[in-house]
Design a protein around this ligand. Structure first.
Ligand SMILES: [Zn+2]
Length: 349
């Protein structure tokens, strides 16, 4: 299948009542692991690259690797997404390269660290929406500020400092016309999200539910949604690693989110942990090995296992064949003629 619009993919997920994992990539093995999982579970999928990833791999390498994934898996709908665009220029460059979706994270200023004002966020996000929709490209915005830092992007903190205000979420969706909305409910980027199993004092699922009640048709996005399972931490520490004890977002909380409007679930850390654990194990147990394939193959397999599990847990498994790709040109027409709505349905408080 050619790359599909993320809007189409999320609209279909809403119809089916499931969530779609958005998995970060930096290299070929991660893309192969995701596609192996998508094939194994017959899942539509979002492959996303951060600014850091685009820099690490170089744009063209990453772009063509993802195109190869689409070419080799014609039965799988794939959206190619820019994760955490920090500026109009970053999003524009992704769109011009051929990404079918971008995130404009206007919750932070262009430095990717300092929280922006509501007005600044609306202005830059709206500018990206206008540019993107004209070209059939999907836009995810963010309101509220997530915790932690990943790939040099993030405000730091625990994630509780700038929880999304439901009224502001409504206003933001109305003013920008974004296709998907990332909200801050206490999650953080990176491995160190919570210092104990999270409860309602640190993970604000009630805020998510309140936002969904006000914006029942808006596709919500959960960032920082790795579950950071103990078994993956244990493998790393067993083979010489030094991870501190930490907790992620329990899968059952993500599933509660999916029952309340979450359509895109960002997962990166779990895959990093799986790969690193597998590599450590090989190097620890067989220090005489030096062919990268000897550890990259188990690393790829370990990541595929985690991704397959998440695809089943998020409910996207089995849905790859539900629809045919609408061309990006058709999607652009849809935005223009209004058949693809950018006016959110707002319910009374
Ligand atoms: Zn994020």
């Amino acid at each position: 299948m050619p790359l599909v619009s993320m809007r189409q993919l999320l609209d279909e997920a809403a119809k089916g009542g499931y969530g779609v994992g958005a998995f970060n990539v930096n290299d070929m093995e991660q893309i192969q692991a995701i596609m192996g999982a998508a094939k194994e579970t017959n899942s539509p999928v979002i492959i996303q690259a951060s600014r850091g990833a685009r820099q690490f791999a170089q744009d063209k390498y990453l772009f063509h690797l993802i195109l190869a994934a689409a070419e080799l898996n014609p039965e799988i709908p794939i959206a190619m997404h820019q994760d955490h665009g920090n500026s109009f220029e970053t999003c524009k460059s992704a769109i011009e390269l051929g990404y079918t979706s971008v995130m404009m994270d206007g919750s932070l200023k262009e430095d990717g660290k300092t929280p922006a004002t509501f007005e600044e966020n609306v202005a830059v996000t709206k500018k990206v929406v206008d540019f993107a929709h004209e070209r059939g490209v999907t836009v995810e915005g963010e309101i509220g500020v997530l915790g932690g830092v990943e790939d040099g992007h993030g405000a730091g903190g625990t994630g509780l400092e700038h929880i999304t205000d439901p009224d502001q979420a409504v206003e933001f969706a109305e003013l920008t016309g974004v296709d998907a909305l990332a909200i801050a409910i206490g999650t953080s980027h990176g491995a160190y999200k919570f210092s104990k199993k999270p409860d309602g004092s640190v993970l604000k699922m009630d805020v998510l539910i309140a936002i969904h009640k006000r914006l029942p048709n808006t596709h919500l996005v959960m960032h920082g949604s790795s579950s950071v399972p103990k078994d993956l931490q244990d493998v790393i520490n067993k083979y010489g690693g030094k991870l501190k004890e930490t907790w992620g977002v329990p899968v059952e909380e993500i599933q509660l989110g999916i029952r309340n409007g979450v359509r895109k679930v960002n997962v990166d850390t779990d895959n990093r942990l799986a790969m690193t654990g597998a590599i450590r194990k090989v190097l620890w147990e067989t220090p005489e090995k030096f062919d990268p394939r000897d550890y990259m193959k188990p690393a790829r397999e370990a990541m595929q296992k985690v991704v397959s599990l998440r695809m089943a847990q998020f409910g996207q498994a089995g849905h790859a064949g539900d629809y045919k790709a609408v061309t990006i040109a058709e999607i652009a027409k849809g935005y223009k003629d209004g058949s693809l709505s950018t006016k959110p349905l707002v319910a009374a408080r």
